[in-house]
Design a protein around this ligand. Structure first.
Ligand SMILES: [Zn+2]
Ligand SMILES: [Zn+2]
Length: 477
């Protein structure tokens, strides 16, 4: 037996401040499968003559909540595909990637409709819902927990070393083109030790990751909280994180919710494109200071991060490729898994907790790809050794020795920045060099390092090849 519902409405200019709305429908007892399809007015204008890119067009996003309701943070989320699909299904025995299958309880379910871009004065949309009912079928089990039953193991206590990874990628569970097993193979080929899969606004990939547990690469389940005012990665949080906010207050509640649940929250690519506009949100401890190729406006992201540091905050810089496709899928971006590469200093054998604890502690540097350059900043003071991310606390005036270890092409510029300004610069006179600098611990602040140089023709300017997190200086008086 099949029940069908059709809905039609429109977004207008007056609606754009409240971009989400809900289409309720009743699900009877015995429902086994819900199918939803939709379409909307598209302008379909020819490509822009100046940019050769597509002209602005309407965009309408879609997702679904079950009978548990649509409350902010605690609603009964069952999936989201943004604008990536024209339809989806949720069934007792499966679901479209991006959606969460399992038990279908009777009650009022709601399709969520979002309008991130309104290019015309009005955009009409049509939604068709069909519900398959089999009253004879036995009831299924619960909706699967997003990680399955497997809680992440605690960090191991083995010897620490540097591991290479990528903290930002998208699969078929949102708008990426590849499956998770395809990413696992590619991560192995690129030499990555860990890979976070951070699909947009959904957690449907968590169960698949929990079931895969590949030996070649540690997969970290994450979610990219994606709004029209900025994106943020969440790792280490067991469950769905809401994205339905339009101002600082809502995003602050999301961040606090993530931290309370033990997760990490990182504003992503705070630069042109999809910049981070939630400027009043406070308390995040990570920022994606480098996304994709350096020339893609990453100096803006670096400045964004450095402003946090000069304001006295302790925020770990990480990198993320934001990869959406690998061969043989169609190339969506010039962004490759592992470019840039985030290096985390973690105990063996590598665990998710080990990677995320390293990120939390700032024991991280970022290089342009998994082959490097390697760039490690350490310091010695008063008989103790400090790694980037650490706070050096010693008597004011104590002598400090900073060491910068670089492995990469010769002739690159190695720079130390202190409290936001260039402090030291040297040229690498070999492919494996350690530079040493002395300073007195004469005031609070921080020191961080970069390796930079030309790639391609010099007139295109320098790029950053690697950057470290800071060592924080805290003299005791
Ligand atoms: Zn993003
Ligand atoms: Zn992304």
């Amino acid at each position: 037996m099949r029940e069908k519902h059709s809905f039609q409405d429109a977004f207008t200019r007056a609606d754009i401040e409240t971009p989400f709305r809900y289409v309720p429908f009743e699900v009877p007892a015995g429902a086994r499968r819900i199918e939803v399809s939709y379409h909307y007015d598209k302008l379909g204008a020819p490509p822009d003559e100046e940019t050769h890119g597509p002209p602005p067009d309407n965009a309408i996003d879609i997702g679904i909540f079950d009978q548990r309701g649509v409350d902010f943070l605690t609603g009964g989320f069952r999936g989201w595909s943004g604008g990536a699909r024209s339809g989806f299904y949720v069934a007792t025995n499966g679901a479209t990637p991006g959606y969460i299958g399992g038990q279908i309880d009777a009650g009022q379910w709601q399709v969520i409709i979002g309008c991130p871009v309104l290019a015309s004065d009005t955009c009409r949309y049509w939604v068709d819902v069909s519900v398959d009912i089999d009253p004879e079928a036995r009831a299924d089990g619960d909706v699967p927990a997003t990680r399955g039953d497997a809680a992440p193991p605690p960090a191991s206590t083995g010897e620490r070393r540097w591991y290479r990874g990528d903290l930002h990628s998208h699969t078929e569970h949102s708008d990426g083109y590849n499956t998770i097993p395809e990413y696992v193979r590619e991560a192995g080929r690129r030499g990555l030790d860990f890979l976070a899969i951070t699909d947009h606004n959904t957690t449907s990939h968590f169960t698949e990751i929990a079931g895969l547990r590949p030996e070649t690469v540690l997969l970290i389940p994450g979610e990219e909280v994606t709004t029209a005012w900025g994106h943020a990665n969440v790792w280490g949080f067991d469950g769905w994180v809401d994205f339905r906010c339009t101002e600082d207050g809502g995003m602050q509640r999301i961040l606090d919710f993530v931290h309370k649940g033990g997760g990490l929250f990182s504003p992503n690519h705070p630069k042109v494109g999809y910049p981070w506009l939630f400027s009043g949100v406070k308390g995040y401890r990570v920022v994606e200071a480098w996304q994709g190729p350096w020339r893609f406006a990453n100096s803006e992201s670096l400045e964004f991060w450095e402003r946090r540091l000069t304001a006295g905050e302790r925020v770990t810089a990480v990198g993320g490729s934001d990869c959406h496709a690998i061969a043989p899928a169609i190339d969506l971006h010039p962004w490759t898994l592992g470019d840039p590469c985030t290096w985390a200093y973690a105990p063996a054998p590598l665990t998710e907790r080990g990677v995320l604890d390293a990120v939390r502690a700032g024991h991280v540097f970022v290089s342009e790809d998994p082959t490097g350059p390697f760039l490690e900043l350490t310091a010695e003071c008063d008989g103790k050794t400090y790694l980037m991310g650490d706070e050096m606390s010693a008597a004011a005036g104590s002598p400090v020795t900073l060491k910068l270890r670089y492995r990469g092409p010769a002739e690159k510029k190695l720079r130390l920045y202190r409290d936001g300004g260039l402090w030291q610069e040297a040229v690498a006179d070999g492919e494996d060099v350690t530079l040493q600098f002395e300073l007195p611990l004469d005031g609070p602040g921080y020191v961080r390092a970069e390796a930079a140089g030309f790639r391609g023709r010099p007139e295109r300017g320098e790029v950053v090849h690697a950057l470290t997190n800071p060592i924080y200086l805290r003299p005791r008086t």
